[in-house]
Design a protein around this ligand. Structure first.
Ligand SMILES: Cc1cc2nc3c(=O)[nH]c(=O)nc-3n(C[C@H](O)[C@H](O)[C@H](O)COP(=O)(O)O)c2cc1C
Length: 439
């Protein structure tokens, strides 16, 4: 853990509360209007955030009648954000299960050039079951197989990014030499899932490789992160599990021969901020009154890979028997562990559970004044739960603006957050080394 925390802004729908799209103070812009994303990224940059992040699930969800989502394809959207921001890092999800590694390596390397070194890739295996049918798979590929493929995928993508040296391009007009072919090499990969000759048709990118981000927290997901990730997003409903996760992941990274500081951990944090605690709680109540329990029920079914919760009454206390064993879930396994963990601890009714998940889908939610929010962030940071946070404003832009104007200055006054960007690239903001290659 460094002296100062890192902050990423997760831009999603009109905010992370499931009902944010209906709230009068969320953006009135269409969710296909790129200026909505540009403005949020610029606000985060004004707040000196390390990065912004766009997610992707590759499907239209079956709750679309009553739930708004982020529609624009994230890799293209990063292109627009790259030219409308200057310093902030830009991270997008792309799937190792449903995208060719050559295409992905090329797009992210290009974006790293376009943004002059500010790109990160959130590596996902795609937990969504119906996504499989959009890519020629009648059934979802199993959890184990998805991670096995992802392992080979990473080897291919890294080799492609390393297939040009930093000095391959000479561009000597007088002498007539454009590039040194001895420092552009094929990768000749032939494995169980992929056959890729290489080299990449993009010269080595400013960061060497885009920053590798990962967000799967199951046992298999953690091992994958410990080998490859440089930043990790993770969901926790309470600080205690975040502390355990932090210790576990750092020690796994060490066991793989890595410096634990070469991987930063960013749990989700979704604060409703008011000038008094009562005012914050009032906004929470407004949001909860706008939420639709049947949307929540469908989302629960999706997380558990299609498990049917339609017969469960809303107002009886839940038991563990109401849920499948997370180890058997092929979809979002670690999120099901978070949900089942909460049921074991707190024995909520289904209505209470859905209200909790409506806040930020299993990430930590908090209601309070700017001081209380800063105290909470400081407490997590100092307890060893986080190297920083994935800020998930419940309403965008409202709660993002309040965070930037009122919480950031408090964190700065406490010496917990930067006063300016020290470097120009995402690796500089996150304190990560540039990967070296030998030719
Ligand atoms: C902040 C955050 C963002 C995520 N974004 C995506 C995403 O964009 N697309 C996706 O398919 N999964 C996303 N996930 C889910 C993870 O990639 C992963 O599939 C999920 O946590 C289950 O992983 P596990 O099976 O290893 O537990 C995200 C998770 C977190 C915590």
């Amino acid at each position: 853990m460094g002296q100062q925390m890192h902050l990423n802004l997760f831009i999603h729908s009109r905010g992370h509360h499931e009902a944010s799209w209906r709230h009068p103070k969320s953006s009135s812009k269409a969710l296909t209007d790129v200026s909505y994303f540009v403005e949020a990224a610029q606000t985060a940059e004004r707040g000196l955030f390390d990065s912004i992040f766009l997610a992707d699930t590759l499907v239209v969800h079956d709750d679309v009648a009553h739930a708004a989502r982020t529609w624009l394809e994230p890799i293209s959207t990063l292109g627009a954000l790259a030219i409308s921001t200057k310093k902030i890092g830009l991270i997008a999800t792309a799937s190792t299960t449903y995208m060719e590694p050559f295409n992905l390596a090329r797009q992210f390397a290009s974006l790293d050039h376009v943004s002059q070194g500010r790109i990160g890739w959130n590596i996902v295996t795609t937990w969504s079951v119906p996504a499989a049918r959009n890519f020629g798979h009648p059934e979802q590929i199993s959890h184990t197989d998805r991670y096995t493929r992802a392992e080979e995928y990473l080897a291919v993508v890294k080799a492609l990014w390393d297939s040009w040296s930093d000095t391959s391009i000479i561009d000597d007009r007088t002498g007539g030499l454009y590039a040194r072919t001895e420092s552009i090499r094929p990768i000749d990969h032939s494995g169980n899932y992929y056959a890729v000759a290489g080299p990449l048709n993009v010269p080595r990118c400013p960061q060497g490789r885009p920053v590798l981000v990962q967000a799967g927290s199951s046992d298999t997901g953690r091992d994958f992160a410990a080998r490859h990730a440089e930043a990790v997003f993770t969901a926790h409903l309470e600080m205690a599990t975040a502390v355990d996760f932090y210790k576990d992941l750092k020690s796994r990274a060490k066991a793989h021969g890595r410096n634990p500081d070469s991987l930063i951990i960013l749990p989700g944090f979704s604060p409703i901020i008011g000038s008094t605690e009562a005012e914050a709680k009032q906004v929470a109540q407004e949001l909860n009154e706008l939420a639709d329990v049947e949307v929540g029920r469908k989302r629960l079914t999706g997380r558990f890979g299609g498990h049917d919760f339609s017969h469960l009454p809303l107002d009886r206390r839940l038991t563990m028997d109401d849920f499948p064993d997370p180890d058997s879930v092929q979809a979002a396994r670690s999120r099901t562990e978070v949900i089942v963990g909460m049921v074991a601890r707190e024995k909520p009714t289904l209505r209470q559970l859905l209200a909790k998940l409506a806040g930020a889908r299993g990430h930590f939610t908090f209601e309070g004044t700017p001081e209380q929010v800063a105290d909470e962030l400081e407490a997590w940071f100092k307890a060893g739960a986080a190297d920083g946070f994935n800020l998930m404003p419940p309403i965008i832009p409202w709660m993002l603006d309040v965070f930037v104007e009122e919480v950031i200055p408090l964190l700065q006054r406490r010496g917990l957050f930067r006063e300016g960007y020290a470097g120009a690239m995402l690796r500089d903001h996150y304190g990560l080394e540039r990967p070296q290659i030998a030719f």
